[in-house]
Design a protein around this ligand. Sequence first.
Ligand SMILES: Nc1ncnc2c1ncn2[C@@H]1O[C@H](COP(=O)(O)OP(=O)(O)OP(=O)(O)O)[C@@H](O)[C@H]1O
Ligand SMILES: [Mg+2]
Length: 414
Amino acid sequence: MAVNDEYMVGIDIGTTKVTTLIGNFGKNSTFKIKGYGISECRGMKKGLIVDINEATKSILKSVDSAERSTKTFIDKAFIGITGKHISFINNWSETSINSPNHLIRKIDVDRLLTQANKVNISSSNEIVHTLIKQFVIDDEKGIIDPIGLSARKLAVELLAVYGSSSQISNIINSIKNSKIEVQDIILEALASSEAVLTPEEKESGVILLDIGGGTTDVALYKDKKMIFTYCLPVGGNLITNDISIGLNITFPKAEDIKKKYANVDYNFYENLNKVNMEEIKINHSKTTLNIRLYNIVNSRAREMMMLIKEKIEEYGFMHSAPCGVVITGGTSQLKGLKALTSSIFDLPVRLGLPYEVEGPAEVINNPIYSTVVGLLKYAYQLENFTELEKHDEGIESGGFLDRFRSFISKILKN
Ligand SMILES: Nc1ncnc2c1ncn2[C@@H]1O[C@H](COP(=O)(O)OP(=O)(O)OP(=O)(O)O)[C@@H](O)[C@H]1O
Ligand SMILES: [Mg+2]
């Protein structure tokens, strides 16, 4: 069976693994996972492609595994993107309304959005998302849908997310090399947020941290909208690497010890007693090794969280997140990290898992799948509302204006 319009496919090319997810939305608007494939990822570093041939091989393996498990042929997919090249810019644009009675029509909104989309970024970059933060009519802020209202002046505030054109091309080419059509690329921070944050958290103010293997994606939400994003090119691999050096063991062994025994809380260090000491070829007592492991894991995790906190403080958001911090991604499972994050941020912290999703327990209960589930949840919103708007009489479809309309519809729906 081929993937038809009934199913959607998302591919998350992470630093450690490529995940391909097939799913659709049921009538009760719950997302249902039909199947998935996962492969170890090679050719990626800190969320970026460093070897396109290796990355393509990893994508092919992951897609092949998803196809076999679902007996489905995959020919198109939504793809995630992240990396430290990602940045954003706030843009403000306004126009006067000269229609009879100063009534705001779709054409006025389209004209304004076209103008607002001309964001001043360098030619080596390109826009990934343009998110509407608010419309303002005359001096009234926080307007969601201005069409049909009367005003002499209409303004819009946008958040344009952009990234390096060459990094974006690398991702697109690796997918094309795998004979898959790219339906759209979606910022991973936005995708993970879509998977794990509740509408209430997004409305009140929340900090999302997707802590992966090579990156930590940050998204800040207020009044239902993402207002800030940042990618720290550091994740759990750094911790593994330091364990490997500090205990003089291989990377895979260090990875195993990290997952099973490491704890950022000193009170739990005795857990390492269960490790077979013959595997750690270093002449130290267990207590010394335990303390060494604790020191490595605690200092690395603390450093990562401090770097993120500094970024958020720079933006002035620390007192705007009553819903606290939601951590997801593979490294969110590091024992003791939740409590450490809470003490550093001085905010409540919860572990974020994909919600309102039906599917295999190993997917919906594991934060490593948040991004790929979110890719499809976000893509569904884009596709669904764009389709609705295409039926709108007299409106040219398929261009970026449809994308804007989809966002307007999405905001309205929320
Ligand atoms: N139980 C666990 N305890 C601690 N760390 C874990 C655990 N499970 C997975 N990890 C870590 O999670 C990381 C992988 O997370 P994830 O799958 O979210 O990353 P990725 O998507 O491949 O990479 P990225 O998003 O950074 O490009 C690895 O560093 C791994 O060691
Ligand atoms: Mg990831």
